[in-house]
Design a protein around this ligand. Structure first.
Ligand code: DHB
Ligand code: FE
Length: 284
């Protein structure tokens, strides 16, 4: 059967993609940030996942105000890199896993989550920057990817509780797929940042660190946090962090299994307007 072996969490700042694509990673501003992902790249080469189930948000790129799906599952065989205004990032196209995606669609919808199925989807920095951080600059991504785009841009957006429960449903779906696949689930976006209004530039380091602590050790309680607290404490775009609860909900310990192992924890400010957080949790 397929199995979720680990969950990975990372922020997705577009300027990180620019730094990579324009060869700026060794500049003093960026070096400390990229150093924090060296562990992940080595670890990933050992793990060799077959599939990454990648929870991310689209930034009015594939979807606009005409269509606002809450949870949109990418079921296609491949996903083109979006043009976000400066041409597509020079990264490989993303290869999907239509069979596992279709199985997850059946299973998760039967578990009463009304997913939107997307058979054609372009992917923006929300998905490609995490791939670049975890795999580095490669000519082809080393595994297939199933995108799950979550609406955290236009209210109403899903609650932390709903995200946490969806993660549990995804875990059951993956584990009922009849093929030996090493699957990882990634939660992306965050950490604290606000890009607009009077509080633009807001960063809340103590709150972010506490979020990381709680995501590791008391995720069920963390899932009950209301939206207003994310927005007040972590900024209007800090709400992207609810997506991390989907990945966390898919881990074994939530279903009564053994405690997860923290393989990596990293936190860095500044990166553009965003605090960058990164975690790797392994199932035993
Ligand atoms: C920035 C962060 C984001 O999450 C995003 O989607 C766009 C921009 C930033 O820090 O500039
Ligand atoms: Fe974002």
């Amino acid at each position: 059967m397929a199995r979720i072996t680990a969950s990975v969490y990372t922020s997705h700042v577009p300027a990180i993609g620019v730094a990579l694509d324009q060869g700026k990673t060794h500049e003093p501003y960026w070096q400390p940030l990229f150093d924090g992902y060296e562990f992940a790249k080595n670890w990933m080469r050992q793990q060799q996942p077959d599939v990454v189930f990648l929870v991310y948000n689209d930034h009015a790129t594939a979807f606009d105000l005409d269509f606002i799906p809450t949870f949109a599952l990418g079921t296609a065989a491949e996903f083109a890199i979006a043009d976000e205004g400066w041409g597509p990032r020079p990264v490989p196209k993303v290869i999907g896993h239509p069979q596992l995606a279709a199985h997850i669609a059946h299973s998760v919808i039967q578990q009463d989550f009304d997913l939107t199925l997307v058979n054609r989807l372009v992917v923006d920095h929300g998905l490609t920057v995490p791939l670049s951080l975890m795999f580095g600059q490669v000519s082809a991504w080393p595994c297939t990817v199933i995108p799950l785009a979550v609406n955290v841009v236009q209210y109403p957006i899903p609650s932390g509780q709903r995200c946490f429960q969806l993660g549990q449903a995804i875990r059951r779906a993956v584990e009922s797929f009849d093929d030996n696949l090493n699957v990882q689930i990634w939660g992306t976006g965050g950490m604290s940042h606000q890009l607009q209004g009077a509080r633009a530039g807001l960063i809340n380091q103590p709150w972010d660190q506490r979020f990381l602590d709680r995501l590791i050790s008391e995720p069920a309680q963390l899932a009950t946090l209301p939206h207003i607290e994310y927005v007040r404490e972590a900024g209007s775009e800090g709400i992207e962090l609810v997506m991390w609860l989907i990945a966390r909900g898919a881990m074994d310990d939530i279903a009564g299994g053994p405690t997860v192992t923290v393989r990596q924890r990293f936190y860095h400010v500044p990166a553009s307007n965003t605090a960058v957080g990164h975690l790797i949790l392994e199932n035993s």
